[in-house]
Ligand binder design. Sequence first.
Ligand SMILES: Nc1ncnc2c1ncn2[C@@H]1O[C@H](COP(=O)(O)OP(=O)(O)O)[C@@H](O)[C@H]1O
Ligand SMILES: [Mg+2]
Length: 248
Amino acid sequence: MDPIVSFEDVEVDYDGRSVLKDICFEVKPGEIVGLAGPSGSGKTTLLRHLIGLKRPVRGRIRLFGEPIASLSPASQRLLRRRIGVLFQGGALLSSLNVFGNVALPLQEMGFPDFWVRPMVSLALSLAGLSPENAARMPSELSGGMVTRVALARGLVAEPELLLLDEPTAGLDPIVADGFIALMGDLQKNLGITALMISHDLRALERLCHRLVLVGDGRLIAQGRFEDIRQQADPRIRAFFRLDGGGRP
Ligand SMILES: Nc1ncnc2c1ncn2[C@@H]1O[C@H](COP(=O)(O)OP(=O)(O)O)[C@@H](O)[C@H]1O
Ligand SMILES: [Mg+2]
């Protein structure tokens, strides 16, 4: 099967300063791939390139087989409609209630109201939220609920690819575990394809079929979580907290 995402020898920068180079990896249909690495290593930057917000200095990024950076803005928008994104911190609009936030992608696509309501209800329930939450404002929600609302918004248009940027960051371990279990169920029941940025070892180990590890401006390793964990590279050992003090 053709990959849904492919990075081919990609280099990305900010204002002429290289952030990451030699990036090669794929996400195939039905796979959850973890993208991990130290804070500031360029993970979110890769995501912004993947959705066409920035253009790589080198190499090619394909989304659904299309070279995203070479497409017209209109074609890029059409591709983006096939993606659900859960941004770091949830990024809910504070002026809209839960319903309004989740409905937004559908309204932007011009879906009529009678279609939007049932789709929002379905998305809320897939994200483990009861319908009573629809009228609540973001300021009234706990961190775990914000994450679930953001997930509902990411799922509402039935995306072929879900992008998650640090979905469990800032959640306490029990709430994070709840989110991981929910994602595991979605994967099992819907066979979702996802690229998940995270440095939460539990989330990566439980959810990801494969892991892509970046750091020091490069791709450090990719493969199965357990296989990467065995490698002797000190950066990998540091990431898995295998050196001194951390869990064994
Ligand atoms: N809008 C921006 N303008 C300039 N530099 C940026 C911007 N966003 C991120 N960077 C820089 O790019 C690098 C990677 O950032 P980022 O992709 O956010 O890392 P990560 O998501 O892995 O924590 C960092 O050095 C950061 O300072
Ligand atoms: Mg980031």
